[in-house]
Design a protein around this ligand. Structure first.
Ligand SMILES: C[S@@+](CC[C@H](N)C(=O)[O-])C[C@H]1O[C@@H](n2cnc3c(N)ncnc32)[C@H](O)[C@@H]1O
Length: 302
């Protein structure tokens, strides 16, 4: 199984610290999840699109800490990491976490979740981070259906991009770049379909990735199945203290924008001029970015 568009492991490494800081704003969701799970000798958790394991690396200690703060014994945590990219999974570091009792990595797609939950020996908490925006609407609906049908022990789906980006200082072409980028995020998962987008940006969500609609799609599907849904904002706040991440994040966006434009499109020159200005601002430590993410928790109604 090989992904059509593999995610680079150095990108996952680079974003970990900013992700961890952003998720502190959603600790309340962890507390609600722990309250729902209650005292237990052991927990089973599955992490979809686990990559190199950043989500369990953050969430396992957060769960452990939350039990301790409640004066309760922290359960053993048994994590199952799933990803369709064997190279990323091979580099996971979850076994190094003292809060993780076992961490098994299995090459599998999100679409395999129903089968995985069907084989689980106990109710399982479904988790993911930085994944939903990369899935199609039917994949997200399948994830929700698998989770609710298996009567899983809740779902904590973190760090889905919302499409909201604030750059300071502003630039007159920010909105143009953002709209082309968001269109790129909603392209079809099938690389062959990218060419179809070159003719314009007018296409339906159903045809491609959920992009910024990822969490909302999941939330509506969970609510439609009677689950309770909560969410918290988990934005990245990037400034001169995050220069390498800021540069990489913005240059990847420029690359994506250019990928969507025909080389003769007059907007190519606009994008190049915009990047020159932004790149110089990053060099001088003058650029700040707020990058919208959302964490969502869905629990079966009690
Ligand atoms: C942006 S990365 C996030 C990785 C990790 N969760 C983190 O927070 O660092 C998205 C991950 O989802 C995986 N992925 C994307 N689509 C998938 C699918 N349909 N099935 C399984 N894994 C998928 C990618 O291989 C990648 O590891």
């Amino acid at each position: 199984m090989s992904p059509i568009r593999p995610i680079e492991s150095d990108w996952l490494r680079m974003r970990r610290a900013a992700d961890g800081r952003a998720r502190e704003a959603a600790m309340e969701l962890v507390q609600v999840l722990v309250e729902h799970l209650g005292p237990a000798p052991a927990l089973a958790l599955v992490d979809l699109g686990s990559g190199t394991g950043a989500n369990p690396a953050w969430l396992a200690p957060a769960i452990h800490r939350t039990y301790a703060q409640r004066g309760a014994a922290a359960p053993a945590q048994h994590w199952l990491l799933l990803d369709h990219d064997p190279d990323l999974l091979a580099a996971h570091d979850v076994g190094e976490r003292p809060e993780v009792s076992s961490g098994q990595a299995v090459v599998a797609a999100v679409d395999d979740l129903a089968q995985v939950l069907g084989q689980a020996s106990r109710p399982t908490v479904v988790t993911c981070s930085a994944l939903l925006d990369l899935l199609t609407v039917p994949q997200i609906e399948g994830l929700v259906q698998a989770t609710t049908t298996a009567a899983a022990d809740g779902a904590l789906l973190s760090l889905t991009v919302t499409g909201e980006v604030g750059l300071s200082p502003g630039h007159p072409d920010d909105d143009l770049i953002l709209s082309i980028f968001n269109a790129h995020q909603q392209r079809s998962a099938d690389a062959a379909d990218v060419a179809a987008f070159d003719s314009g940006l007018d296409f339906g969500l159903d045809a491609g990735l959920a992009g910024p609609a990822g969490w909302q799609t999941a939330a509506e599907a969970f609510a439609g199945r009677g689950w309770e849904v909560r969410q918290r904002t988990t934005a990245w706040l990037l400034d001169e203290a995050h220069t390498p991440l800021l540069r990489r994040w913005l240059s990847d966006r420029v690359e994506a924008v250019l990928e969507l434009l025909d080389s003769r499109d007059p907007r190519v020159a606009v994008v190049a001029a915009w990047w020159e200005v932004r790149s110089a601002q990053i060099d001088r430590g003058e650029l700040r970015a707020e990058v919208g993410h959302v964490d969502g928790l869905a629990l079966p109604s009690s």
